[in-house]
Design a protein around this ligand. Structure first.
Ligand code: NI
Length: 267
């Protein structure tokens, strides 16, 4: 079964035609995991999962939003039900530091410390409820490498199930992530014609058993829809590209992606 393991149908981008987007997913008989980025969108993701059979949810406060609102563990705890399958997205974002500095943070160090504090709180919630963790990372500050920083924390805290969503690091770190039993999330950029060498190399080299396919919609539309709003059905282009790179069939990729998602999220 086709699955988009990282979608944001809970975002405003779908407010005008949500029902049509849902119908297109249903026609494809696919599954979708909607991911929260703030409390409001986490609640919406959890509500959707209750309403629609094919949807699951993850709840969390995205690292770019940690100065917009306070993370309250109990409020998130109260959102959890059977179809909330993960905590996140959470992690480190050094790409948007300028934007976060306008929201009350005083220095990059303060941002990094706060992101770490909130990341650890998410990790605790995931452990407490025996849920997977969805890690968001984005590099952008000289001398800091978010993916290895997150990996060290996951190892230290003995996190068992996690995905490095929309992976943007290099192959060496990806191999370490995989050695530790975690997943690499691959998105639309793997289909791009330019600046996609590293992620294509990663998709080729790392085992299929450690990959998840995602859209991160409404962002990051794959070719041939690049530049337009993304949606879950387009995850098939990511599967097709991985099949092409690994020289296997699209059906084999889609089936293994479903098995991987079932294993990570216990669905
Ligand atoms: Ni996302």
């Amino acid at each position: 079964m086709l699955i988009d393991t990282h979608a944001h149908l809970n975002f405003k981008a779908y407010k005008d035609d949500f029902e049509q987007v849902v119908k297109r997913c249903q026609k494809k008989k696919m599954s979708v995991v909607n991911i929260g980025a703030q409390f409001s969108t986490s609640k919406r993701a959890a509500d959707f999962a209750q309403k629609y059979d094919f949807m699951y949810a993850a709840i969390g406060l995205h690292p770019i939003h940690i100065f917009d609102e306070i993370y309250e563990a109990e409020a998130y705890q109260n959102l959890i039900h059977d179809k909330v399958v993960a905590i996140g997205e959470t992690g480190f974002d050094y790409y948007h530091v300028d934007e976060i500095l306008t929201k009350g943070a005083k220095s990059i160090e303060e941002i990094s410390n706060k992101q770490q504090e909130v990341f650890l709180q998410h990790l605790k919630l995931a452990k407490k409820n025996d849920l997977a963790l969805i890690c968001h990372g984005r590099n952008g500050v000289e001398g800091r490498e978010v993916y290895s920083e997150m990996l060290e924390i996951l190892k230290q805290e003995k996190v068992e199930r996690a995905v490095f969503h929309c992976y943007g690091g290099d192959l060496t770190i990806a191999e370490k992530i995989v050695e530790n039993g975690y997943y690499i999330g691959i998105d639309g950029p793997v289909t791009f014609q330019k600046k996609a060498e590293e992620i294509q190399k990663i998709a080729t080299e790392i085992p299929l058993e450690n990959i998840l396919i995602e859209t991160d919609c409404p962002y990051l539309s794959p070719e041939p829809h690049r530049g337009k709003r993304n949606e879950p059905i387009y995850v098939k282009y990511v599967a097709e590209k991985i099949a092409e790179l690994k020289k296997i069939s699209k059906e084999e990729v889609i089936e293994q992606m479903w098995q991987n998602a079932k294993e990570l999220f216990r669905i």
